[in-house]
Design a protein around this ligand. Sequence first.
Ligand code: AVJ
Length: 319
Amino acid sequence: MSPFLLTRTLPEDATDAALRADVLQGLTRTPKVLPPKWFYDARGSDLFEEITRLPEYYPTRAEREILIARSAEIAEVTGARTVIELGSGSSVKTRHLLDELPDPLHYVPVDVSESALSGAAESLLAARPELRVHALIADFTAGLALPGTPGPRLVVFLGGTIGNLLPAERAAFLTSVRSLLEPGDALLLGTDLVKDTSVLVRAYDDAAGVTAAFNKNVLSVMNRELGADFDPADFAHVALWNQEHEWIEMRLRARRDLTVKIPELDLVVHVDAGEEVRTEVSAKFRQEGVRAELSAAGMELTHWWTDSEGRFALSLATA
Ligand code: AVJ
């Protein structure tokens, strides 16, 4: 098995500083907000994996269906020699695509989690020793310095995670992706689609309560990392459809008046009974919106593939 390279572009303490800044800002403004990226400690990542297997949570299965059906075509039209995956996690879905691309192939998984990157690299290399893996520990929303691997390059951003960004953040993100692309390179983007409201809400408020536990996990993260004394039982999980913005919102609603200490921030936070902290936005898309956002960032939508039920889309765009 060839060794894989691991490059850290994120200082060891960057996550710490970013969490502090986000919690301080988010809990001292009205309405209170916390960014969704703080769900994903080890337990949060396990809970998300569990979510992807829930009967109500269709996006993972729908996207996998598209990848299985279309990877050969994606490989053919892109001719990619390097695949750069943003927020690669375990890289399991991406295997379908990598398997269609011939050696020598370079794979650049980008994630904030070093353990996810080394685990993914190890299992990929066990199956395909010739793969050249150059993992990057990096925050892909910040702007990336990519290794000098051969083109054409295919940048891949799956799972519908782009929906976690607010419109202005999405525009900035797509512009930074565009800046990575040279002529002949492409972007493969996964987006969940607008559909029946009850189907959407159920996907974020499952009967088994896994999404509720995932949502409340951000409280445990603040307790552990910042010494806070949140009691998850003081909050109710809320998932709602925001019709104006066409996004799902997750919130944590206080069941009573609360006073929470966050010693590491020298902060005391008051939460009124019924007050809600927005913990996630998960935007849902339409083809025309995706096309317009890509175009505003200087890219052109060339292919649009959906699953058989039209729930989820993969878009291919060129610079
Ligand atoms: C991993 C961001 C795509 O927005 O659907 C799942 C996260 N939140 N259930 C999503 C999530 C609640 C998920 N993404």
